[in-house]
Write a protein that binds this ligand. Structure first.
Ligand code: BJW
Length: 248
């Protein structure tokens, strides 16, 4: 299996990777799949909570209608994540950051596994499951410091209700996160898009921006996506098997 995948990485890509000074890596749920985190789409796994599809329970409308239910959903997911660890895909990307001149990691994932693998300065487009944010004063808090004895945790600073610090459907991305990723996309030479179905916007426009600006675009995914057609290379397979094959 490994030899098969290795032979699918072209010499051109190997050379580009070896000399690239400015890389952009964008990841989605698929990079965490081998750690045991369920994906949203693809691979037959569809996140459903008490009969509600994730587009409903992870939406701005649900937050307004039923904040305790949203907390119940995210508490459940933090419980699932607590025992999971970074996999060889996360670890390879963290190593690349120490080897390559300038590597920017942009993730749609909220699980924090890239940081646990050692990646630094990660641009989180959709927030982080381990943080809460006060609906009144906007303060952010590490949820690991909270006892979940109430259905909705309250802010240490002002006593307001907290919400999960993640970007739900119909909400804007954190100020500056998309803009920082887009600036890197415009100037990178090589862009890897790993484990994303590339259907959720504006995140999916980051690799499109890189491609339009002339970057060499590489997709790593067991399935094809709407992005595959514009990629310079598509590496069909799992991130944890393919990414460790790139070493300088
Ligand atoms: C592997 C693998 C392995 C498996 N190795 N790979 C244009 C048209 C229509 C609608 C819109 C539009 N522009 C924006 C919108 C609205 C919406 C949107 O994009 N909808 C589309 C679905 C149509 N976007 C938004 O609402 C965004 N906000 C916004 O646009 O604000 C402006 C605005 C405000 C108000 C009104 C209008 C506009 C916000 C999007 C926030 C997304 N949030 C979520 C939930 C986070 C919280 C939670 O976790 O509950 O983020 S949705 C979910 O999808 C999550 C993910 O980050 C995101 C992307 O998913 P991802 O990462 O691609 O995962 P999957 O599961 O889809 O794919 C996994 C892939 O991995 C698959 O391809 C597998 O094959 C692969 N894989 N194993 C490598 N081992």
């Amino acid at each position: 299996m490994q030899a098969d995948v290795r032979s699918r990485i072209s010499n051109e890509l190997r050379q580009r990777f070896a000399r690239a000074k400015n890389l952009l890596v964008m990841t989605g749920a698929g990079v965490s799949a081998e750690s045991g985190v369920p994906t949203f789409r693809g691979g037959g796994q569809t996140a459903v909570w008490k009969g509600l599809p994730f587009e409903i329970i992870s939406s701005a409308g649900m937050l307004e209608r039923d904040l305790p239910a949203v907390w119940e959903w995210f508490n459940y997911r933090r419980g699932l994540l607590a025992s999971l660890k970074p996999n060889p895909g996360h670890e390879a990307i963290a190593r690349w950051q120490t080897l390559c001149g300038d590597l920017t990691l942009v993730t749609q994932n909220i699980d924090g596994l890239h940081q646990r693998a050692g990646s630094r300065n990660v641009i989180e487009l959709h927030g982080n499951l381990w943080r809460g944010r006060c609906l009144d004063c906007g303060a952010r808090h590490d949820l690991r410091e909270f006892k979940f004895d109430k259905s909705v945790p309250v802010c240490f600073d002002c006593g307001g209700s907290l919400r999960p610090d993640v970007v739900l459907f119909g909400e804007m991305l954190p100020v500056g996160a998309f803009e920082a990723a887009a600036i890197k996309a415009e100037s990178c030479e090589l862009c890897f898009v790993i484990g994303t179905s590339a259907v959720v916007y504006p995140a999916a426009s980051i690799p499109e921006i890189a491609h339009a600006a002339g970057a060499y675009l590489v997709e790593v995914n067991p399935e094809t996506t709407p992005l595959s057609a514009i990629c310079d290379e598509v590496l069909t397979g799992k991130a944890g098997e393919i990414l460790p094959l790139f070493e300088r």
